[in-house]
Ligand binder design. Structure first.
Ligand code: PLP
Length: 373
């Protein structure tokens, strides 16, 4: 074990080859759709916790030319990693007064309000240049995006987008992980209806799950995030993606409990007989959340050991009574996430979604990058 790993309580192994394979799989599905759809990569929230710089550089090798982040700050940092030929889109658009930073760092804002459009138009006029942007439509998710009334106004008063080079009309699907949900078709219909006012603008609609809804949803640019990182795109269906992450945490101490002894904050776990309890060096400050308390398992050489007691800030405990002592002593590692016990499995066991677990894994966890086929 390298010295680097010894300084950390937990290790996230990130297989960039698996991320690249997932990108190729999604790109292949878009190609089969036949519409010439390009495949972007959503690398917001530090590429869902995997590392935006590493993931973006790996995908560059696969020919990815479009990257999405949420915040200006994320875009500025990503710009220093990617060549000028790569497009970086900022989903939240410019907070008032930051427009020129977008221009300086060559970031393309996603504009979701009339105020953001006005700010971008003003900068274009000042610079006497056409400035690129994506314009977001609300088609029923009621999150970010222009309303149908806003769009009617833009359609009638086209000077409002004067100087803006609209690269894509974009919208977000609310229920794409459920292919049977009627909102999918309703949102597609609404998107087409609104787009008819702006026939020259290309379309971007599908997130990861949207790609799996079929070619009608693909548009000109798809925006997968979760699927690149191995999360299941279709609720209840087999997951065709590779698992790029494995998580291990170190055992700090092991103790023998007598029947009746309690474990952890609030003593919510009570030993019903003699038990061996191992304390792991990962806690809710690392994103191993309190939802894991007394729920789910960790693994030693493929043998499960249940979580015991509530998760603390820096540690959590597991019941290793059923694990060979030579596999579960101090200094040894428990497997928390593996190819067979995925982030989605843990999310199911603990009542959340995989994205939340993945994006929550904190900076104290050492990232060990590999890029092997
Ligand atoms: C986060 C995000 C995505 C990526 O969604 P996934 O479900 O992770 O594929 C796509 N589009 C927008 C607007 C987003 O905010």
């Amino acid at each position: 074990m390298s010295n680097n790993l010894l300084q950390h309580g937990a290790v996230l192994r990130v297989d960039l080859a698996a991320v690249r394979a997932n990108y190729r799989l999604l790109k292949g599905m878009l190609k089969e759709g036949g519409g010439g759809t390009e495949c972007a990569a959503v690398v917001k929230a530090d590429a869902y916790g995997l590392g935006a710089a590493q993931v973006a550089s790996a995908l560059l090798k696969e020919g990815c030319r479009h990257y999405f982040v949420a915040h200006l700050d994320e875009g500025v940092r990503l710009r220093s990693v990617l060549p000028g030929s790569a497009q970086i889109y900022v989903l939240h658009g410019p907070p008032p007064g930051t427009e020129s930073m977008f221009h300086v760092h060559r970031l393309v804002p996603v504009l979701s309000t009339m105020e953001q459009i006005a700010g971008w138009r003003r900068l274009a006029r000042q610079l006497n240049a056409a400035l690129p942007a994506v314009i977001q439509f609300d088609t029923g998710k009621s999150g970010l995006g222009l309303s149908s009334a806003d769009l009617a106004c833009l359609h009638q008063e086209s000077h409002l987008v004067c100087g803006i080079d609209v690269r894509y009309a974009m919208s977000q699907l609310a229920c794409a992980d459920d292919p049977e949900h009627p909102a999918n078709q309703a949102q597609l219909d609404e998107f087409q209806r609104l787009r008819a006012m702006f026939p020259k603008w290309k379309a971007s609609l599908a997130n990861s799950s949207g790609i799996f809804l079929g070619a009608r949803f693909h548009g000109d640019l798809a925006r997968p995030g979760a699927a690149l990182y191995g999360l299941a795109p279709v609720h209840g269906a087999a997951n065709p993606l590779r698992q790029p992450v494995q998580l291990k945490a170190r055992i700090i101490q092991v103790r023998q409990l007598a029947a009746g002894a309690g474990v952890g904050n609030g003593l919510t776990y009570k030993a019903t007989g003699p038990r061996r309890i191992a304390t792991l060096s990962i806690g809710y400050a690392d994103g191993w959340g309190r939802g894991m308390g007394n729920r789910g398992v960790v693994w030693f050489d493929g043998v499960p050991a249940p979580m015991a007691g509530m998760v603390s800030m820096d540690t959590c405990s597991v019941d290793v009574t059923g694990i060979a002592e030579d596999k579960s002593g101090p200094g040894q590692f428990a497997d928390l996430v593996t190819a067979h016990y995925t982030i989605d499995d843990i999310a199911r066991a603990t009542g959340t979604v995989g994205d939340e677990i993945l994006t929550g894994l904190g900076p104290r966890i050492y990232r060990d990058y590999v890029d092997e086929n």
